[in-house]
Design a protein around this ligand. Structure first.
Ligand code: AMZ
Length: 238
């Protein structure tokens, strides 16, 4: 499953380099236009990140609400960034978001995962493990939690995560290729679907991720820069 990413910063659709604020490239002034574009090419799922909320410097709730409304039944919308309480998760799920993506809150208190999983079903919750040198990064990737991605991944499974999004921070927006080694080992470690993100450059990378057992891949820059043609990439969904 190929999932285009829409990262939102100050109301606009951007991409960062290695997640660092200040490195933004603006691709769409209105994120909903990015959505319409990916929908027109056949995307069935979209990964939305509220970067301001992840960094704790605001939020883009109105934009996300509009994205969910425009997507309607055409595509599943998953949303991450700044979901630090179960109330925020409840609000998004009530809005029509299919899956909430949590990282910082899950690191702080793993029971938020079991709470959401028990209330809404495990399929509604993705735990994002954004790793740098095998350690989980939090708060918009500004803080190293010190937690080992493999150990913490297993704890998330025990707490009822429906799937894990494993991101390689250093590969993000860098076109260096996905971190196949860590991703592959991680897939062997947990018994739930694993989505991969970060560094995807081309169709070969997608094929290889699929080969090692990734359930999906979240792609940003390569789609926005036209290095990967979404229509062709979506054939991997079949
Ligand atoms: O690019 C970044 N600096 C960044 C980013 N893409 N920081 C966080 N995030 C994403 C994570 C995950 O989807 O990949 O935000 C979500 C986690 O947010 P939080 O607020 O739960 O830690």
């Amino acid at each position: 499953m190929v999932i285009p990413a829409i990262d939102i910063r100050e109301g606009q659709c951007v991409r960062l380099y290695q997640g660092e604020i200040g490195t933004e490239t603006i691709y769409y002034e209105k994120p909903v236009d990015a959505l319409k574009h990916w929908l027109s090419l056949g995307a069935k799922a979209i990964h939305v990140v509220d970067l301001d909320a992840a960094l704790g410097i605001g939020n883009n709730k109105a934009v996300i609400k509009n994205i969910v409304a425009v997507a309607g039944k055409k595509a599943d919308i998953q949303v991450g960034g700044g979901i630090r309480t179960s109330e925020i998760a409840n609000e998004l799920l009530a809005m029509g978001v299919k899956r909430v993506v949590l990282s910082t809150a899950a690191v702080k208190d793993p029971t938020i995962v079991s709470q959401i999983s028990n209330e809404h079903g495990s399929e509604t919750i993705i735990v994002a493990l954004d790793q740098k040198a095998g350690k989980v990064q939090v708060k918009g990737w500004t803080e190293d939690s010190g937690k080992d991605v493999f150990e913490f991944g297993s704890i998330m499974v025990e707490n009822g995560a429906g799937s894990i999004l494993l991101s390689a921070v250093e590969a993000d927006g860098a076109f260096t290729g996905p971190d196949f080694e860590t991703t592959s080992r991680f897939i062997e470690t947990v018994n739930i679907p694993v989505l991969a993100a970060g560094g995807t450059r081309n169709l070969e990378d997608i094929a290889k991720l699929r080969e090692i057992g990734a359930a999906g891949v979240v792609i940003g820059k390569a789609l926005y820069e036209g290095r990967i043609d979404l229509v062709t990439a979506l054939q991997f969904n079949e």
